[in-house]
Design a binder for this molecule. Structure first.
Ligand code: UDP
Ligand code: MG
Length: 312
């Protein structure tokens, strides 16, 4: 098998046919498979996938989750089941034009020294918060993390089986794909792509979930926030100590002054705030450890179509 194309799909009933037909037309003369991962869709996505599978059992495989486990879990499940020499990931909504897959494949064919091609976003879609937030996210995480993130990289990519094996060997449950793909390293080529228009349905990432996703990424790939807490703690206690010495000296020279209530109140609030933030940061990491130690599976499959061991 030359190429496996993984398509995570959550409530994409109106997009499946079109992405499948596009891929089918492009790769008619190579040995490929499409691994659809239905990530707990509430609409007719699974029904549509089933009929696509019945019509083309040679090329189509389907894994259906028992509930929504998130796009990163879907990508993992797809990779576990991908058999191709090359593996690609593409969204189901046609924002990522499948014709780019051909360019990525040609590049890997002609450059044996490269292992991975990642598509970077030329111009972001969405409202101002999503566009600016996306840019800021990469600046922020590159400042905090030791793993270097390629700016504007998407999950739209193609890689060799060596990369796939390396990623499947990472046991973590909190799977932040963008970080994992950077962490494993390998020779990576970035190419720009133009984000298309979502064909039907709507995005699953609103401002709140994008923010949660970003925090997840930071906590998963950097321990600097913990060190920042130590830094600010040290800074404020040092400031407090200097102020104390100043007060003692002042009292010795000038005698007891009227106490400054406002100063005290604002200092207490400020320091209390810093302490709570530091505890909050600790909490984020402890929560992640809690999830990891439970060692639960990354996803639960309800049905699989096109694999030998079909769960029915
Ligand atoms: N997706 C998924 N599970 C989720 C959220 C999204 O499998 O919990 C899929 C979705 O069906 C799509 C891709 O991930 O194929 C990208 O999602 P979306 O288009 O909503 O995000 P955006 O492109 O707006 O960032
Ligand atoms: Mg999209």
């Amino acid at each position: 098998m030359k190429l496996s194309i993984i398509i995570p799909a959550c409530n994409e009933e109106a997009n499946i046919d079109s992405i499948y037909n596009n891929i089918r037309a492009i790769f008619s003369d190579i040995n490929f498979e499409v691994v659809f991962v239905d990530d707990g869709s509430k609409d007719k996505t699974y029904k549509v996938l089933e009929s696509v599978y019945r019509n083309d059992k040679e090329h189509v495989k389907v894994i259906s989750f028992s509930r929504n486990f998130g796009k990163d879990a879907a990508i993992y499940a797809g990779m576990e089941h991908a058999a191709g020499e090359y593996t690609a990931i593409i969204d189901a909504d046609m924002e990522q034009n499948p014709t780019y897959l051909e360019n990525m494949m040609t590049f890997l064919d002609h450059h044996p020294d490269y292992d991975q091609v990642v598509m970077t976003i030329q111009k972001r879609n969405g409202n101002i918060f999503k566009r600016v937030g996306g840019k800021l996210f990469y600046k922020f995480i590159n400042f905090l993390s030791d793993t270097k993130f390629i700016e504007d990289a998407s999950d739209f990519r193609m890689f060799r089986s060596t990369v796939k094996e390396a990623i499947l060997n990472l046991p973590e449950k909190n799977r932040f794909s963008k970080g994992i793909f950077s962490w494993v390293g390998f020779n990576t080529k970035s190419m720009e792509y133009k984000v298309g228009k979502r064909k039907a349905g709507k995005t699953k990432f609103n401002l709140k979930s994008s923010f949660k996703y970003a925090i997840n990424g930071v906590v998963g790939f950097s321990v600097k926030p913990l060190k920042l807490a130590t830094f600010f703690g040290t800074l404020s206690s040092l400031g407090g100590f200097i102020y104390l010495v100043y007060l003692i000296v002042k009292t010795l020279i000038r005698g007891v002054d009227t106490p400054g209530f406002a100063t005290l109140a604002s200092l207490t609030l400020f320091l209390g705030g810093i302490q709570l933030i530091a505890i909050g940061i600790l909490g984020e990491y402890i929560a992640k450890m809690f999830i990891e130690t439970k060692n639960r599976p990354i996803y639960v499959a309800r049905k699989k179509l096109g694999f030998d061991e079909e769960i029915l």
